[in-house]
Write a protein that binds this ligand. Structure first.
Ligand code: PGA
Length: 299
């Protein structure tokens, strides 16, 4: 492997083009000895002279002609790479790999629709999964950004909150507790609860809440989607703690009701999260900024 630097190649290329140390030095805003030094270092690492001096003029040697050919094509490749990165910076192309918590998907698509309208060239890959899987994906470094509840500390992540995520207790509209004010948390101990699967952020937040209040409701059903939980609640199979974002339509249609339980809603937040060491692409940076600036308003 040759030990040469791009700087040496750049200086050599200028000298070879001008066939003059003086003119190359002027073009590169360097002193002439600095230019000669770079060429000398390059000759040393190749082990062959690149220029020969005849009278006052310098000429390329055979090795010099070869090196001129390579240095031109290396310069071309670098310019091409620069253009690609410029395009990416300008969001003319680029990919955005994001994953969102199942619960965040109720507003994520709408946010993406706004973002994609402003940046039609960005190709978005969206994965929808639960909190535990999101943390694993961050660990594997397989995506740019994640939208989830507050991540645990100690994972070397950057997490910025952009919106509230209130968790409420829902019941079938004909449930006996509907319309009652200030229902004590303790009275939920007599109720059947429908909960999300282990690994769900909603589930762990509600478990923490009940533990703090020393109440243990009876878990009647475990389901791995918010949709299934809402259906089960509507069917009168029990109560559930869900994010307010998941029940907008059902509340409007009167298919479920929110119970006025003391200390509810549980106040959670949505965070945009990435690894601390991640070099975010222009598309990822733009989406993150979009979430922080407009996420709450649009969602
Ligand atoms: P989910 O929500 O895992 O329950 O879908 C994510 C969160 O609240 O962290």
């Amino acid at each position: 492997m040759l030990h040469l630097t791009l700087r040496q190649l750049q200086v050599f290329e200028a000298v070879a083009r001008h066939l003059s140390y003086t003119r190359a030095a002027r073009e590169l805003h360097l002193s002439q000895p600095a230019v000669s030094m770079q060429v000398k270092l390059l000759e040393e690492s190749i082990g062959l002279p690149l220029f020969e001096q005849l009278g006052k003029k310098i000429f390329l040697t055979e090795a010099g002609r070869e090196m001129f050919h390579y240095s031109k094509s290396i310069a071309e490749q670098l310019r091409e790479a620069e253009a690609v990165f410029q395009q990416m910076k300008g969001l003319n192309r680029g990919e955005l790999k994001i994953a969102v918590a199942s619960t965040a998907n109720y507003f994520a698509t709408q946010l993406l629709a706004h973002f994609c309208q402003a940046h039609p060239q960005v190709v978005v890959h969206l994965d929808v999964t639960n909190r535990e899987e999101l943390l694993e994906q961050l660990e594997r470094n397989s995506l740019d950004l994640v939208v989830m509840g507050q991540p645990p500390s100690g994972h070397d992540l950057v997490a910025e909150s952009f919106m509230e995520n209130p968790l409420v207790v829902i019941a079938a509209p004909y449930h006996g507790l509907v319309g009652k004010a200030d229902i004590p948390v303790e009275s939920l101990a007599n109720e059947a609860l429908i909960v999300r699967e282990a690994g769900s952020g909603t589930r762990s937040a509600s478990e923490r809440f009940f533990q703090q209040h020393e109440v243990s409701p009876r878990i009647a059903l475990v389901m791995n989607t918010n949709e299934a939980i809402k259906q089960a609640v509507q069917a009168g199979m029990g109560l559930a703690v869900v994010s307010l974002h998941t029940v907008t339509l059902e509340l409007q249609a009167g298919r479920v009701a929110i119970l006025d339980v003391v200390d509810f809603p549980i106040r959670r937040h949505w965070f945009v999260v990435h690894r601390r060491d991640k070099r975010l692409t222009a598309a990822a940076l733009a989406f993150k900024q979009f979430l922080l600036d407009q996420g709450a308003t649009i969602a």
